[in-house]
Design a protein around this ligand. Sequence first.
Ligand code: SF4
Ligand code: SF4
Ligand code: FES
Length: 352
Amino acid sequence: MGAHTKASTRGTVRKFKVWRGDAQGGSLEDFEVEVNEGEVVLDIIHRLQATQAPDLAVRWNCKAGKCGSCSMEINGKPRLGCMTRMASFEPDEVVTVTPLRTFPVIRDLVTDVSFNYEKARETPAFAPPPGVPGRDYRMQQVDVERSQEFRKCIECFLCQNTCHVVRDHEENKEAFAGPRYFIRAAELDMHPLDVRTDRKEYAQNEQGLGFCNITKCCTEVCPEHIKITDNGIIPMKERVVDRRFDPIVFLGRKIFRRPEGEGTAPTTATYSSPTWTHHAGEPQPLAAAVGEDGRMPITEITFDRAGAASPFGDDIEFPVDPKSLRYNHPEGVPPTDEVPHPGTGATPDVQG
Ligand code: SF4
Ligand code: SF4
Ligand code: FES
C-alpha cells in the first residue's frame, strides 16, 4: 500500500515549450520540468519560475478559476492556466504555452488587455428608473434568472481573444466591442429595472454587433460555460432585426409614438416582466420584453420604448463622458458637486 502511494505521487519529467519575449519579439523556449499528480499548467509555470526561469512573467491571482487573470494559449487553445489539468494531456505530449494572440504582449505570457477595459468604459452603465427609491427596486425571480448567466462572467477575455473579428483584424478593434460586451448589453436589455432603452441600437451601432457572424468560437472557450452566442448575441440580433426591418414594427412606432416628457414616476412600484408598472403614465408594454420564443411580443411594436425616457435624454451621444456618471445609490446622500448629465442637464441617480 505504502509503495503504491509513493509511486502514484512521484513526479515525472515532461516537455514544455514556453514563449519568452516582449513587444519587440520572442521565441519558444524548451523546458523539461517535473509534473506531479493533480497539477495544472499554472503549477508548472510556477515551478519553472522557481527552478529554471525566475524572470518568466505570468499574470495570475486566485488559482481557482475565478479572477480571470491567468488566460493564456495552451497547445494553441485559449484557456485558463489554473484550470487546465496536466492529466488532460497525453503523457508524452509536449505542452506549448503562449500568450493571448489578440492583445499586445508586454512580456512572456503577460498581455496588455486594456482594449477590453476601454470597451467596458464605453458601455453605458445600468440606469435605474429616476425618482424611485432603491428599496422599491424589485425583480421577479424569472427576471433575475434571465440575466444571471451573464453575471457569471469572470472577465478572463478568452472569448475576446478568440473572436476572429479582432483576432485576425487589428483594424476592427475600434468598431467592435466583442462577445463579452455583447452579453453585457444583452444582460441590461433583459433587465426590467434598466430604463435605458437603446441597448439594442447601441449594440448594433456602437458595439459592432453586425460584425459577428455567430461562429460560436467565443462560446466554446468560455470557462464559465456562458452560452454567449445562443443566449446573448443571437437574441440581440433578432431584436435588432425585428425593430429595424419589420414593416409593421416601423409603422407601429410611427403611429403610436408619444410626445416626450409625458407621465410621472410613481413613488412605489413592483418590477416584473409580465407587468411593468414602474412608469405610470408612460406607455407600458403589458408583457415581457421577450417572449418564451425569444421574440418581442406584439406590444413592442406599438410603443416606441419599453420603459420611460432615458434619464440621460434621447439626444445623448455615446460613449458617455465618465465624469458625468453617478454611481451613488438613490437612497444615499446626494452628491454636492453635481455634474450635469449630457442631454438633460439634470443630475439623476445612476447605479453601476
Ligand atoms: S460568435 Fe460572434 S462574437 Fe463569438 S467568436 Fe464568433 S464572430 Fe466573435
Ligand atoms: S464571457 Fe466567458 S470567456 Fe468571455 S470574458 Fe466572460 S467568462 Fe471569459
Ligand atoms: S488565477 Fe484566477 S482564474 Fe486562473
